[in-house]
Design a protein around this ligand. Sequence first.
Ligand SMILES: *Cc1c(COP(=O)(O)O)cnc(C)c1O
Length: 429
Amino acid sequence: MTIVDNSITLSKSELPQKWRNILPLLPTPLGPYRAPDGSDIPPAALGAIFPAQLIDQEFSPSEWVDIPEPVLEAYARWRPTPLVRARSLEAALKVRSKIYFKNESLSPSGSHKSNTALAQAYYNQAAGIARLATETGAGQWGTALSIAARHFNLAIRVYMVKVSLEQKPYRKTIMSLMGAEVLSSPSQLTQAGRAALAQDPQTPGSLGLAISEAVEEAASRPDTNYSLGSVLNHVLLHQTIIGLEVKKQLASIGQKPDYLIACHGGGSNFGGLVCPFVPEVLAGEKIQLLAAEPAACPSLTQGVYGYDYGDMAKLTPLMPMYSLGADFVPPAIHAGGLRYHGASPIVSALIKDGLAKAETVTAMEAFNRAKLFANTEYLVPAPESSHALALTCQKALDLEEAGTPGVLVFVLSGHGLLDLAAYEAAPRP
Ligand SMILES: *Cc1c(COP(=O)(O)O)cnc(C)c1O
């Protein structure tokens, strides 16, 4: 018998050695970051919380950026990740389209966040920084950065959104195991946290508020820098390793994508998948770049494009992006990683210029498709990734109805093995 191999793998020697930077390719250049009075913020001002090399990357004019050797070595522990043909899912949906998923759940943290966590920890260590402060929503970012801090010998404190800490206590267990200090946000340790608690002692917290706490701490301690798991240009840059590998993998089987789909919280796994394909889109190739966002927190489809803060206490610079407003507290949906009021400036620019699109997915649609995926591919997707999965299924069904099957690729941004409480809480038929 012939055994069908559904997994398109790359050898270690095919691991991309450079990240792709599309800042210089954007049709409308990104506006500068701004201060509350409307004045431009000089990049050097970010030096209070970020190392110089990450600030350079944030505004880099180079189309390609070398991946430092220590980061490549760390990547090689699990990268390149497989691109997998979801044949059983295709069969269950009765579609002729080819559906592939890029399996980012195989990283040490179980999500794509390790791609940027390791890079950020490396640059901070190289700059002589001893400690990192960060926030985490669902816990994946905190887990990824805790592992990266362990790898590059940094101390770390994680402000974890209160509702997520209650929903996902085992995330804290992993972070603590790695040596991180994990606090429930809002906390009593920062002005931003105390103010939020004074206003509403029962607040579930939010990513925007947890960011305020971590930024406040980093800005007030010279030995401590801040690290952000999404949104910023340098984070998307590091995540382009995803799309660069997908490109090589599709080329190796002679396929071109019709749809590239990822869920959108702050935009990093979506940007990481699609940015390497932007040159083709600019050249007129018909590749649909599609972001799946939760109906409960629809920054790209319902938000306003303009300058807004990245956090609730308005400590971050104003950034040009789609936003629901910095004080928007998203409902406590299970896809905690998608509970963010804003969006990456790069993704926002792609959408504004018509190069990418966004659609919403309800929590129920995401859960139903997660169940189908578990029952066919035998993997439990993260609730966040289930949004990308659900939109992919929808597009495959639409293509079937139109009689035009195609090639769809989505990012399985993480596994759901630490999100089982969300699965327990889901409504049953
Ligand atoms: C954080 C996270 C997301 C959302 O963040 P993006 O920056 O939009 O990618 C999606 N999926 C998983 C598994 C995550 O951990």
